[in-house]
Write a protein that binds this ligand. Sequence first.
Ligand SMILES: Nc1ncnc2c1ncn2[C@@H]1O[C@H](COP(=O)(O)OP(=O)(O)O)[C@@H](O)[C@H]1O
Ligand SMILES: O=C(OP(=O)(O)O)[C@H](O)COP(=O)(O)O
Length: 400
Amino acid sequence: MKTIDDLDVSGRRVFVRADLNVPLDGGTITDDGRIRAALPTITRLAEAGAKVIVASHLGRPKGAPDPKFSLAPVAGRLGELLGKDVAFASDTVGESAAATVAALAGGQVAVLENLRFNAGETSKDEAERGAFADRLAALADLYVGDGFGAVHRRHASVYDLPARLPHAAGDLIATEVGVLRRLTDDVSRPYAVVLGGAKVSDKLGVIEHLLERADRILIGGGMAYTFLKAQGHEVGSSLLQEDQVPAVQGYLKRAEERGVEFVLPVDVVAAASFPDLGAKTATDPVTVAADAIPAELMGLDIGPRSRELYAARLADAATVFWNGPMGVFEHPDYADGTRTVARALIDSSAFTVVGGGDSAAAVRILGFDENAFGHISTGGGASLEYLEGKTLPGLAALED
Ligand SMILES: Nc1ncnc2c1ncn2[C@@H]1O[C@H](COP(=O)(O)OP(=O)(O)O)[C@@H](O)[C@H]1O
Ligand SMILES: O=C(OP(=O)(O)O)[C@H](O)COP(=O)(O)O
C-alpha cells in the first residue's frame, strides 16, 4: 500500500475520505474523537501544500439531504482543532462543492457535505455507485483513504473512487492496521471478546469467526437479546434480530463443542420505553432477571449481577477486544454496564483494544482516560471484519 509520502501533493487537489461519523446531540458534537483521529493526515497534507478536500458520511441518511445529518458542525470543529479556517460545501458533488474546491489554495482545507446525501454513495448497483464516484473524481487529482471506520463498506467514496485516482493510505489507516494485526497473529490467552451495541445484524456474523479464535465471548448491549431469545427466553420489546435466532443457536452449540465460553447477562436493567437521550430526564428503570423480562419492558443495560460477572470474566484475560456499549450509555440510568466493562479493562493487565465510534466515545464521555487502554480504534464493524481476516473493500482498493 502506498502512503502519503509516495504522493506528490503540493498544489494538487487531494480527496481525503475520512470517517467523521461522530455522535451528535442535536447539532452538538458529543465526542470529537474521530475528528481528532483524522488530524494527522489532514495536517500533513496541508503542510505539504495540498488543497485538502475532506469527505465523510455521518449517520445513515437515506440517500437525500437531511439537515439532521449535516457535516457543517463537523467542519466547524475541524477548523477549531486545526486552528484555521475550513471551508464548507453545502453539497457533495454540486455547484457548491465545485466552487469551494476551485477556491482552495495550497495548504487550505475544505469539507464536503455528507456523502450519504447521495444515493450513489451506498448503492448496491455498481453502475450507480460508479457514476457517483466519477463525479467525486472530477473534484480531485489524488485520493487518500483514511476513514478506517468505513473501510468495510463497499461504498463509492471508499471503494470505487480510489480506482479512478492515484491513491494512498493515510496515517490513521496505517496506525489502525498496524495495531489490529497484533490481534490476528498469536494472541496472548485467555483472549476475551466483548460485543454489544445496536448494529446487531451487522455484527452477529463475526461470532462464527470468533468461535475459532477467542476463549470467551461476553455479550451485552442490544446484541444480548437475540442470544437470550435463542436460549428460549422472552425478551419483551428489547432489540431483537429474530431472523438470526437459529444462527445464534448454532453459535451456542458450536461454542459448547469447542469449549468457548459465552457469557450472557443474568439480569438486565429495563424500562417501558427508550429514554430521551437529548433531555436525559430520569426514567423509571427496573432490574429484572434475564430469563424473566416482562412483555411490556425493553432491556437497556446489563444488570448489577451481570456487571459483577463480566468484570470477573475480564479480570484474568490477557487480551481483550471490545466493541459495542453494554447499554444505552448516553443516558445515565443505563450507563453502568458500559462503565463496568471499561473499568474492568483498565484494571486488568491485558492488552486491551476498544473499537467502534460509540464504544470509543462512551469511554471518553464516561470520563475514562483513553491512554489507559492499549488501543482505541475508530472502527467497530471495520475492526471486527479485519480481525475476521475478510478482505475489506476500502483497504483492497488502496492496494496498488
Ligand atoms: N440494549 C440496548 N438497546 C438499544 N440500543 C442499545 C442497547 N445497548 C446499547 N445500545 C446502543 O448501541 C449504540 C452503539 O452501537 P454500535 O454503533 O453498534 O457501537 P459502535 O459504534 O461502538 O460500533 C449506542 O448508541 C447505545 O445506545
Ligand atoms: O460508525 C461506524 O461504524 P461502527 O459503529 O462499527 O464503529 C462507521 O462510521 C461506519 O458507519 P456505518 O455502520 O453506518 O456504515
